[in-house]
Design a protein around this ligand. Structure first.
Ligand SMILES: Cc1ncc(COP(=O)(O)O)c(C=O)c1O
Length: 377
């Protein structure tokens, strides 16, 4: 990659890597007969939607804005799910949606007549809570006790309400197909009778098919088994898997300070504003060419963010050579979730967005100025 042509900071998606991911995911569809759609909440870089659409069956939205983006830029209707829908947005939401999943029976009761009266058929579903998840961090676990996400078996009767054509569960997070298999034991134990009453089952996201070691044949077998056992359409809606390891966030060292014995390289990116997931999780992003920990005999640095938040830093990393002002620091795997979470916190400028094309050339797609910042206030 010729770094000098890329502005800093900038998210750089590598098209060839995205294509590799899409090909692999598409092979799961072919092997299993299931449908795999993109969850925009994890990757909504719409310039790439025409490419995504060549491989996947569509996309899922979690808000009116995402549904509209799918409709306008992917030229198809969205599978929509949100914990709540708003009365004043619902008519417009219906115009962009082929499927609408409700998080509670209250929400279904509130909006079902509107859906039934809509001139084009919209398939209605309910989100269920299998009360089983293998997710260690509570922040990402939709099945913790008291979770607002989905309806438990006790709350549903023996027959699904009239008009419901599908069920939806989402309880995986960066998991493999064996976690899915164990989850399905609980889903089928609790909801198996209801699966015979629907046309489709959406198994949410969290299927990290593009992580090395993921067993594609195993997931395909389960999708096929479900399709045949219940005579249903099976849908998966991963976000992370689509953009997993497809690009980087390029930043530049602006200053180096000695903070009471700690060497801090202050960058033109912010962990709080540009990479909030690194602080929320918390997880430590990889830096290309650096060791991910302090090491004796190496040049050790903490990476400082550009906002005034005291906790806006990430530590500590070791380098073979000392860092200098103007050096590039490149954070790896920053396309899924990070790009969508970037904000204008503290008024910092948003990173530009571009693509390293298959021909090796960098194409700048977007740069943001004051107007973007102002509009967000
Ligand atoms: C309902 C639903 N579907 C799909 C996804 C996408 O999950 P992932 O990006 O982990 O594949 C999420 C993530 O939170 C979700 O809540």
């Amino acid at each position: 990659m010729d770094i000098s042509s890329i502005p800093s900071p900038c998210y750089v998606l590598e098209e060839a890597k995205l294509i590799d991911n899409l090909r692999l995911i598409s092979s799961v569809q072919e092997q299993s007969g299931g449908h795999i759609i993109l969850a925009l909440k994890g990757f909504s870089m719409y310039k790439m939607f025409p490419l995504v659409k060549q491989y996947l069956s569509g996309a899922t939205a979690s808000s009116l804005n995402e549904a509209r983006l799918i409709f306008e830029e992917m030229k198809c209707k969205a599978h929509t799910y949100a914990p709540v829908y708003k009365e004043n947005e619902f008519d417009e939401l219906m115009s962009y949606s082929s499927h609408i999943t409700f998080n509670s029976l209250n929400q279904f009761e509130r909006f079902k007549d509107k859906v039934a009266a809509n001139k084009e058929h919209i398939s209605m579903g309910l989100r269920i809570n299998p009360q089983y998840a293998e997710v260690e961090t509570d922040m990402y676990n939709p099945c913790i006790v008291g979770s607002r996400l989905g309806i438990t078996r006790e709350a549903l009767g023996e027959t699904l309400p009239e008009g419901i054509e599908g069920l939806h569960f989402h309880s995986l997070c960066e998991n493999d197909s064996f976690v899915l298999e164990r989850t399905l034991v609980h889903v089928e134990e609790k909801f198996g009778d209801l699966l015979h009453q629907v046309k489709w089952l959406n198994m949410g996201g969290g299927h990290l098919m593009t992580r090395s070691g993921y067993n594609i044949g195993h997931v395909a077998k389960q999708i096929e088994r479900l399709r045949k056992t219940y005579n249903i359409e099976v849908i998966l809606e991963p976000g992370s898997a689509i953009a997993w390891e497809t690009g980087v966030l390029v930043s530049t060292v602006q200053d180096i300070v000695d903070a009471q014995g700690v060497n801090v390289a202050i960058l033109d990116v912010s962990f709080a504003a540009h990479m909030p997931d690194t602080l929320e999780m918390p997880y430590k992003p990889r830096i290309l060419g650096a060791y991910q920990t302090e090491l004796p005999g190496k040049y050790n640095y903490r990476m400082g963010g550009t906002t005034c938040l005291a906790g806006d830093f990430m530590g500590d990393y070791a380098f073979d050579e000392p860092l200098k002002i103007g050096d590039k620091v490149i954070f790896d795997d920053m396309i899924h979730y990070t790009m969508v979470k970037t904000t204008t916190f503290n008024g910092v400028a948003l990173p530009s967005i571009g693509v390293l094309s298959t021909n090796g050339e960098f194409e700048l797609h977007k740069s943001f100025g004051y107007e973007t910042f102002k509009e967000k206030l």
